[in-house]
Design a protein around this ligand. Structure first.
Ligand code: FMN
Ligand code: SF4
Ligand code: SF4
Length: 277
């Protein structure tokens, strides 16, 4: 038995361009809030304005830190910020990874390592499948009932640690290697395929200039004055594709389409969630 943690609140901290990770971490927070009777606050660092500042935490806050898997790791353009924009001060933290039913590979190990480096005290870590941002269909029904039940069991286990009823594992042992290279996408022919330079295309006959896509691009990559242009760095997050009310945005790069086709063909099997306390 360990001493109960004296908590005054729960805080979700997340990057979530297409909303899947936000849903996962919000559900987990609600499960905790029910068990521990604590208020929930949020820090959403999806948009660039939110990353102009750094955030500091205290040991009285349970931090649920969540990110999607990109190429088997954390989104590489976000890594410097995740590694330097947060000061844990010993706050208890849960690392949560969303992935699109292929694999989270080394993303959970990388997040745990980053959060430890930021000065958090890890009490749990988990990876859950959600809709793949590249596809309309791949894992579109995740998280499903079974995932939500698993998320709830994860919350119960951590709540037991918080109450001092269960010993936290220290250091947390999660699968993967934080230093491993990125997953290399493959195409329908099974060969490696490269679409690093791919950017969204815009059907201007559909676009009504609502201004949503430049406002919601996590990289501020889209030109406000001409939304068909993406002069900035595009991380292929698909926020603009998903959010455009007119369905005017898409990715047409042949290498990207080949990778997406491979994912939709080869990763229909159910990838199970995992969690560690
Ligand atoms: C650029 C990019 C790379 C991705 N790489 C992987 C991957 O390696 N494995 C996987 O299972 N899912 C992968 N996904 C799917 C995302 O992890 C999944 O859609 C994610 O949880 C979406 O989070 P969001 O809805 O909060 O934006 C990738 C998605 C994007 C946009
Ligand atoms: S332009 Fe690229 S980075 Fe910006 S929202 Fe669209 S896919 Fe994401
Ligand atoms: S979100 Fe769609 S309709 Fe709105 S400006 Fe962008 S492309 Fe045009």
């Amino acid at each position: 038995m360990s001493a109960p943690l004296e908590l005054s609140g729960i805080r979700t901290v997340f990057f979530s361009p297409t909303g899947g990770v936000r849903k996962l971490v919000t559900t987990l927070a609600q499960d905790f809030a029910q068990q521990l009777d604590l208020p929930i606050a949020k820090t959403d660092f999806t948009l660039p304005q939110a990353r102009e500042t750094s955030y500091e935490f205290s040991p009285s806050e349970l931090v649920l830190f969540a990110s999607p898997t990109y190429a088997g790791k954390l989104p590489n353009k976000l890594l410097p910020y995740i590694s330097s924009g947060f000061v844990g001060n010993g706050a208890p933290a849960v690392a949560l990874i969303g992935f699109g039913n292929r694999s989270f590979d080394n993303a959970l190990a990388e997040l745990v390592s980053c959060l430890e480096g930021d000065g958090f005290s890890l009490v749990g870590a988990g990876a859950f499948s959600n809709r793949h941002a590249f596809s309309q269909t791949l894992a579109a029904d995740r998280p499903d009932e079974a995932d939500l039940s698993e998320l709830n069991q994860f919350a119960c286990a951590i709540a037991d640690v918080v109450r001092g009823k269960r010993e936290a594992t220290s250091p947390l042992d999660v699968p993967g290697d934080a230093e491993a290279p990125y997953y290399r996408p493959i195409g329908l022919d099974g060969e490696p395929t490269v679409f690093l330079k791919a950017k969204p295309v815009t059907d201007m006959s559909l676009c009504d200039q609502c201004g949503l896509c430049p406002r919601r691009c996590p990289m501020a990559a889209i030109d406000f004055n001409d939304v068909s242009q993406t002069p900035g760095t595009c991380i292929k997050c698909h926020a603009c594709v998903r959010l455009c009310p007119q369905g005017a945005k898409s990715f047409e790069d042949p290498a990207f389409l080949s990778h997406r086709g491979m994912l939709e063909r080869d990763y229909q099997r159910r990838a199970e969630p995992v969690w560690f306390v």
